[in-house]
Design a protein around this ligand. Structure first.
Ligand SMILES: [Zn+2]
Length: 285
């Protein structure tokens, strides 16, 4: 029974519902069990004890195989997307081990945290899907590209959320996928200024556009990820809650219903407070 439970934690945590029928799932080999063995819980907040810094977010060099993705890869490199993020995270957080970050061609439209090698992967296919989603909604090429990079920043921090939950053995009493979305919203909105707002907005846009493309099927309803519509409203709620006066248009223009908006400031503050307390032993400043 213990092995069965442990094996559950070895399943790769991803950004989108994964059509895993067509994709090789990571094998739950016995040698991997040690990776997922629960470590002692972090100190309770308030103890003031800081954890040792024994690792870094490390950007791995990768090359896109097909020309379709080479263009995206060039932009990822030119904008130093991962390097800048890694640098910022390394300055803010101590880690118990290294966490490799990579972009690659995966054969599916997704992004993952893999507990076997504790790596975060963003697939070119997912970037391309965002780009196509925004293009199909009528955006010009350059705007779609810009929006794609914003959405990818949200995805990247969602996967970092899974990586931190694993590395720090963070207690989560709800749905981990939702917790990872909330961590991404927290870091984006609290730490990354206007770029962060744009990242959460771009992800919300992508959720909204994709939710209109197909009615949720049983497999979507059963999935551990929330429905795209729910991720859309949760993202807007976090943005609105972070500064209701600044983002009042979200309610005035009826993107976010008033009934939900009324609770968003509390939701946002609760989310920030929770993550601040959970990350406290690992925060460098
Ligand atoms: Zn996830």
């Amino acid at each position: 029974m213990m092995i069965a439970i442990t094996a559950l934690f070895l399943v790769t945590a991803c950004f989108c519902r994964s059509d895993r029928e067509t994709v090789k799932a990571p094998a739950a080999e016995p040698k991997n069990i040690a990776v997922a063995t629960p470590t002692p819980l972090p100190s309770l907040p308030g103890s003031g004890e800081k954890r040792a810094d024994n690792g870094d977010f490390l950007v791995e060099k990768s090359t896109a195989g097909t020309s379709r993705f080479r263009e995206i890869d060039d932009r990822v490199r030119a904008e130093k997307l991962l390097e800048k993020a890694a640098d910022q995270l390394n300055r803010s957080l101590s880690l118990p081990h290294d966490i490799p970050l990579r972009t690659k061609e995966c054969g599916e439209q997704n992004a993952f945290y893999d507990p076997k090698d504790r790596s975060v992967t963003i697939c070119y296919e997912l970037m391309d899907r965002f780009h196509q989603t925004f293009r199909l909604s009528g955006m010009p090429e350059e705007q779609a590209n810009e929006k794609m990079f914003h959405a990818i920043r949200f995805v990247f921090l969602h996967e970092v959320g899974h990586a931190l939950i694993d590395a720090y053995n963070v207690p989560i009493t709800g749905n981990e996928e939702d917790a990872a979305d909330r961590l991404s919203a927290f870091v984006n909105l609290r730490e990354l200024g206007e770029d962060g707002v744009q990242a959460v907005l771009a992800a919300a846009d992508a959720f909204a556009i994709e939710s209109k493309q197909a009615k949720p099927a049983k497999k979507h309803l059963a999935d551990e990820h929330l429905l795209q519509e729910q991720r859309f409203y949760n993202s807007l709620c976090m943005i609105y809650g972070s500064d209701p006066a600044k983002h009042s248009d979200l309610v005035k223009e009826n993107y976010l219903p008033r009934e939900r908006a009324d609770r968003c400031q509390y939701e946002y503050r609760k989310n920030v407070d929770s993550w601040m307390r959970l990350l406290e032993p690992w925060r460098k400043n």
